[in-house]
Design a protein around this ligand. Sequence first.
Ligand code: NAD
Ligand code: LMR
Length: 342
Amino acid sequence: MVKVTVCGAAGGIGQPLSLMLKMNPYINELSLFDVVNVPGVGTDLSHIDTDTKVSYHLKSDDNNTGLSQALKDSNFVIIPAGVPRKPGMTRDDLFKINAGICSELATGIAETCPDATVLVISNPVNSTVPVFAEVFKKKGIFNPRKLFGVTTLDSVRANTFISEVATNEADKAPSAFNIRVVGGHSGETIVPLFSVCAPHVYALEDEKKIDALVHRVQYGGDEVVQAKNGAGSATLSMAYAGYKFLHAVLAASTGDTTIIESSYVYLDDSIPGAKETKEIIKGLYGGESLDYFAMPVVLSKEGIKEIKSDILSRVNNKEKELLKICCKTLAGNIAKGASFSQ
Ligand code: NAD
Ligand code: LMR
């Protein structure tokens, strides 16, 4: 029996994500949690004639039994709870309010379903994932193989945007690409590795075109925030990306050992490839190494099986420079998240 809980299920991401999860063959029970509107969303989804059973739970006024009922026996928890950006804001501006929400949800998970695999969408991901890790450490249940910051939208954008540059010349579709994006999930911490994983695209022989493409991936979120003009940030493309990542994690949990996806993870020395990743980052950055980094990871039944550190040793000089800039900002983001609960 596989139970998946969505925290923030009534939101802009939560609703389309829950719709897709209701259609996922791996999931037996879909549990929806939110502070508002979730009875309507849950009732609506429950009329769909797929086999996945739907339950819904509102945050309750007492000691949050709504949350513990939602989380009870969950194997996977995906979290698009929290406030989104408006034009003129950075993801970091969301930290104070979203870190509080994440801390509360992390406590609920630690107390109710400590073995669950946790996928964090709430921004700023660079800092909210450390918030989860610190709560889990305090509760003595932290398993670094089962905590994921969802950065899939960066790869999704990189695949789409490079295909737009390539289409005129090489007739490439987005599905022809699988661009790995490493680092973090905000602005200059987002580092797409076009030199390592793109099939040859003639347009990218032009330095200016590469620079523009990298910038578009790094600031793709701003494009959506500006276009929505005060009505929030990416929801539909994020629901797709969150679904894509969770589907990969679910497929791996059934025994498929061939799945590699990028995610923002804790570089715990016990995970093969983590030490090597930290060493390479340290060499590039010149400062302390970082404890968290988005990297391609091999998924398995037990969560992360291996971190594919080798990708960092194949980057070109331009990407090395991008990684240096990324590390500087990311170090501050990580420290902010890690110190939140102290
Ligand atoms: P939204 O406001 O539409 O939805 C958020 C939902 O969270 C709401 O329904 C709200 O009631 C709920 N919520 C608030 N506090 C809660 C709590 N304590 N427990 C449970 N639910 C709670 O926002 P959205 O557009 O869906 O975005 C959600 C978050 O995802 C934002 O922080 C946004 O920045 C982030 N995001 C991340 C990525 C990514 O790539 N990781 C992409 C897009 C958006
Ligand atoms: C995104 O990349 O679209 C999200 O992180 C939302 C945002 O604030 O840009």
